[in-house]
Design a protein. Structure first.
Length: 408
């Protein structure tokens, strides 16, 4: 019986394939193959462009949305590839990443391309139907730092919600998580805000692509209605969970380097206190201080710095505390050590450490942590109260992982 034409073709190609295989280097016994070069989702144009061709695209991007060795912005890359980009949605810190934390971002136009810039960090956090007129696809590509209170993932959530409500496609280009571990209390319902929208621990150990899959899969977009958006994640390659990743671009003005990114989850609690975390200095989220010499021997004076905080806490005052910017890199964990230390010190001095209690609760995602500090619990006792929630989260998280986990 005659073989089908496609089978005859494969048979003819088999000797050539075997010959080519003999020319390839074979790893020695016990030797691993060389690692695959890291490529973020936005660099995988072979996957991304077919999702966008012939469609009207709105981007949520910022200064971290760079691709290729030349580090070109994704907006410019897509325009040069003939993709019709109709507008850019700007998150906290703006399209260029130079707006102070918490400051409203204004609408405008990109000076280079003329593309309209629409703020989603002001009065409006979610695109309105009017904003989405003339749009077929929403694309998210922003570098996250893996902490629940870092607002980019909450902007992604609202973008996904808008996609579901308006019948649009949603594309998420994935990037590694530089704080890729699981730690901290779970978000409680009465502490939900834009610094904590999703039922996650402070450190969730997921990429934005995996989080998008979890948001969809857990029906978080419309609780009780099982409504999901038409989601496609463009995965990265050459990275796995537990592998360190150093950000090529600062993700926001006050996270200028790897050390600040690493310390950020532990020091962010101090945003709800009377202590400075170094905003308005050249070492943000690497120092702690208060205008009292009893707080430490290291000193600094916060000042107005465009983009890195134009009105920092204790501006113009000499603050005393600690410098965490030197020495060995801190461990990859959520540490409560400095928070407990300064809470006890403030109490001895007759001071009140937590001066913005509600904001402290929103950062922590729970009212319990402030009470535990007042009760004098140590770090082990506080951590024990998180474990049941973390174990439940880990079980659900595994369902949405796109990348292998390194063995510990």
């Amino acid at each position: 019986m005659a073989l089908p034409s496609h089978t005859r073709c494969l048979v003819r190609l088999l000797p050539l394939c075997l010959a080519l295989r003999l020319l390839l280097p074979i790893p020695a016994q016990g030797q691993e193959s060389p690692p695959c070069k890291l490529r973020v989702g936005a660099e995988r144009m072979e996957l991304l462009l077919p999702l966008l061709e012939g469609k009207r695209v709105a981007l949520m991007v910022n200064q971290t949305s760079l691709v290729g060795e030349a580090q070109l912005h994704l907006l410019d890359t897509l325009l040069s590839s003939g993709i019709r980009v109709s507008k850019v949605f700007a998150p906290e810190h703006g399209f260029r990443g130079d707006v102070d934390a918490g400051k409203s971002v204004r609408d405008g136009r990109d000076l280079r391309t003329g593309i309209p810039i629409v703020s989603l960090y002001g009065r409006t956090k979610k695109p309105t139907p009017e904003m989405l007129q003339g749009v077929d696809v929403l694309l998210f590509d922003i570098q996250d730092v893996g902490a629940r209170f870092y607002t980019y993932i909450n902007s992604m959530y609202y973008l996904m919600q808008a996609a579901q409500e308006n019948g649009l496609e949603m594309v998420v280009c994935d990037r590694p998580n530089p704080n890729d571990y699981i730690d901290g209390p779970m978000l409680e319902a009465d502490c939900k805000s834009f610094v904590g929208l999703l039922p996650l621990p402070i450190l969730h150990g997921m990429t934005v692509g995996e989080l998008a899959e979890m948001i969809n899969g857990e029906d978080w977009l419309s609780p009780g209605d099982s409504l999901r958006c038409a989601l496609t994640v463009v995965p990265l390659v050459g990275w796995e969970h537990g592998e360190p990743y150093e950000l090529p671009v600062r993700p926001s003005p006050n996270l200028p380097n790897t050390r600040s990114v690493t310390l950020y989850p532990s020091l962010c609690f101090f945003e709800g206190t009377g202590m400075s975390v170094g905003r308005g200095t050249d070492r943000p989220f690497c120092v702690l201080g208060y205008p009292n010499k009893a707080y430490g021997s290291y000193s600094f004076v916060p000042r107005a710095i465009q983009g890195a905080d134009s009105s920092p806490l204790h501006r113009g005052k000499r603050c005393y505390g600690v410098d965490l910017s030197r020495g060995e890199m801190p461990r990859r964990e959520l540490s409560l050590g400095w928070l407990i230390h300064y809470h006890r010190l403030a109490k001895r001095l007759g001071h009140k450490l937590i001066t913005r209690k509600r904001f402290f609760e929103l950062i922590a995602g729970t009212k319990q942590l402030a009470r535990q500090l007042d009760e004098g619990l140590d770090e082990a006792e506080i951590r024990a109260s998180w474990q049941e929630g973390l174990e439940r989260f880990k079980v659900r998280r595994r369902l949405y992982l796109l990348y292998p986990e390194q063995r510990q």
